[in-house]
Ligand binder design. Structure first.
Ligand SMILES: [Ca+2]
Ligand SMILES: [Ca+2]
Ligand SMILES: [Ca+2]
Length: 276
């Protein structure tokens, strides 16, 4: 009898899990539906999903925040690196890159195609967390590094070796850096994700100070993301949940995109891969 009850409980648990997954999948079709409506601002390119697979050194990129196969599969860069995405050469779309923490070197590619790095540049302390953004608002995305030991951001306005243009003390031990144009003014600024609190602390200036925005989103084990998911010109937050291979992209309380992409061990990488 006890066994029967237990089986019933298990099957009910499975049913609930199915409902939850189905709910998430049907919600993932939302972005496709949204794109047919004039919800995205004209001319603005949304940030869309992708993953990097360390086991084969390949980027799998999707041109919309909807369920489906990747639009591009691009092998690139040295192994044991961290994936990057940015508009390194100012063409209006994001390209891939790799940061090697043990070398402190950025490998950037100017097209999303297989081949050697177009730019190889050392920057920041070794074993930094790489961050990239348009710090000066001139249309090109450039390198940066966050030293998690010292809680310091180092930002540079060109993809060349040299000293940082900006050095900013922000955050606490254990924080994960992320950057975005949180206020939509054209310049990308710093932010942090604190895993212990599932909290995002975002700043509208590349300077030390209190966060301008504090948000709690996601769950334990999530990886933080930032992007303009709806193409309105404002960067918002999101998370990737590795055990579900699911992106949770937050626009507002009522319009999040939930999309599945990737496989076990993949690292999320988001970018404006395609022009609107
Ligand atoms: Ca720039
Ligand atoms: Ca801004
Ligand atoms: Ca947005």
């Amino acid at each position: 009898m006890a066994l029967k009850t237990r089986l019933a409980r298990i099957s009910m648990g499975a049913a609930l899990l199915f409902v939850a997954i189905f709910g998430a999948c049907s919600k993932s079709e939302q972005p496709a539906a949204n794109r047919t409506r004039p919800q995205s601002s004209p001319g603005k390119t949304p940030t869309t999903i992708g993953v990097y697979r360390p086991s084969n050194g390949t980027f799998y990129l999707r041109n919309s925040n909807s369920l489906g196969d990747p639009d591009m599969a691009v092998p690139f860069g040295p192994r044991d690196g961290m994936p990057l995405a940015g508009d390194w050469n100012g063409t209006g779309t994001a390209k891939i890159g790799i940061y090697k923490p043990d070398e402190g070197i950025f490998y950037l590619r100017n097209t999303n195609s297989a081949g050697d790095a177009d730019v190889t540049v050392p920057f920041g302390p070794k074993r930094s967390v790489p961050i990239v953004g348009d710090w000066d608002g001139n249309g090109t995305v450039t390198i940066g590094a966050y030293d998690p030991e010292q809680s310091v951001f180092y930002l540079r306005n060109s993809n060349s070796s040299g000293k940082p243009d900006l050095t900013i003390l922000y955050g606490a031990k254990g924080d994960v850096p992320l950057v975005g144009d949180w206020d939509g003014n054209g310049t990308v600024t710093i932010g942090l994700y604190r895993p212990t609190a599932s909290a995002f602390y975002l700043r509208n200036d590349n300077s030390p100070g209190s966060p301008d925005l504090t948000l709690v989103y996601g769950a334990n084990g999530d990886m933080p993301l930032a992007g303009d998911w709806d193409g309105d010109g404002i960067t918002t937050i999101g998370v990737y949940r590795p055990n579900e291979m699911m992106f949770y992209l937050h626009n507002s309380e009522s319009s999040d995109f939930i999309v599945r992409l990737g496989g076990a061990g993949d690292i999320p990488i988001v970018g404006k891969w395609a022009k609107n």
